[in-house]
Every structure is written in structure tokens, then in C-alpha cells.
Design a protein around this ligand. Structure first.
Ligand code: HEC
Length: 134
């Protein structure tokens, strides 16, 4: 546990140093380490899957736009616009731009949960997405 926390803190430090917001400034693994460090525990893929696939009192779940599993092209639930796969193994660009990830997490969590997601929830969702492999 101490080692895990240590690694997470080291990753967080690396992330902070490398974080200025331009495209391709991070990776899914770095983001997962970042949120796990903030949450104080590693992301839980099972909880992430539940959060992602269920509705939280509103009209949409994350899966409404991103699909289940989110490994193929998604389709926006209201505009019909196509969305690149969210799972990093299926989309090399996913989770590589800090500003983009922050922006969409804020916006999408507000749409689905009527609030921002916590670090724990972000770590869980990313653990779920990272576990999806071809
Ligand atoms: C109403 C449709 C919609 C819903 C619902 C939705 N998203 Fe999204 N999401 C989008 C669109 C559109 C993008 C931008 C895609 C692009 O430009 O590549 C996006 C992008 C993202 C990104 C950035 C991915 C990247 O390329 O780095 C993340 C992370 C994300 N969504 C997470 C979520 C989560 C978590 C939920 C549920 C809480 C959710 N989304 C629900 C439409 C949606």
C-alpha cells in the first residue's frame, strides 16, 4: 500500500510538471494515476462500469452517447454527431489532452449526474475504460 501510494504520488508529481494544456500532453495511464492519487485509492473498474452504464436521475447515462461498451464509435444522444471510441485501447487520442479531458468530464458529469464527478468517480471510470481491451 505504501509503495502504491508512493508511486501514485510520484506519478502525480510527473503529471503536474508535464501538465501545461496543449494537445497530447498526457496519457490514460497518467490520468488514472493522477485521479487515483487524488482519490487516495486506485480506481475500481466494476464501480466505474456501474457509474458509466446507469442513469443517475436524468435522461442520459454516459453510455447513451459513448455506447456500451464504449469501444466503438459513439453517437451523441441528441445531436446524432459521431463520437470517437472512449476506451483508450480503441482510440489512441482518448485521454491524451488534459484540458480536453477536464472539459468533457465537467460537462458530461453535469449532464448525467447534475454535478461534477469526484476524483474517486473519475478514477473508477478510467479504470473501467482502461480494462477494455480488443
Ligand atoms: C450527451 C452526450 C454525452 C454524454 C451523456 C456523455 N458524453 Fe462524454 N463526450 C461527449 C462528446 C460529444 C465528447 C467529445 C468527443 C470528441 O470531441 O472527441 C465527449 C468526450 C468525453 C471525454 C473526453 C475523451 C477524450 O477524448 O479524452 C470523456 C473523459 C468523457 N466524455 C466522459 C464521459 C463520462 C464519464 C460520461 C458520463 C458521466 C459521459 N462522458 C457522458 C458526449 C457525451
Amino acid at each position: 500500500m505504501t509503495t502504491v501510494r508512493h508511486l501514485a504520488v510520484a506519478a502525480l508529481f510527473a503529471w503536474t510538471v508535464a501538465s501545461p494544456s496543449h494537445a497530447a500532453d498526457t496519457t490514460a495511464a497518467q490520468q488514472l494515476a493522477h485521479w487515483s492519487a487524488q482519490a487516495g485509492s486506485p480506481g475500481n473498474a466494476d464501480k466505474g462500469q456501474v457509474l458509466f452504464t446507469t442513469r443517475h436521475g436524468g435522461e442520459w447515462s454516459c453510455a447513451s452517447c459513448h455506447g456500451t461498451p464504449p469501444t466503438a464509435q459513439g453517437k451523441h444522444a441528441s445531436t446524432g454527431k459521431s463520437i470517437a471510441p472512449l476506451a483508450p485501447a480503441f482510440n489512441p487520442k482518448a485521454f491524451t489532452d488534459t484540458a480536453k479531458v477536464e472539459k468533457w468530464f465537467r460537462r458530461n458529469c453535469n449532464d448525467v449526474l447534475s454535478r461534477e464527478c469526484t476524483a474517486v468517480e473519475k478514477a473508477d471510470v478510467l479504470a473501467y475504460l482502461s480494462a477494455l481491451k480488443p
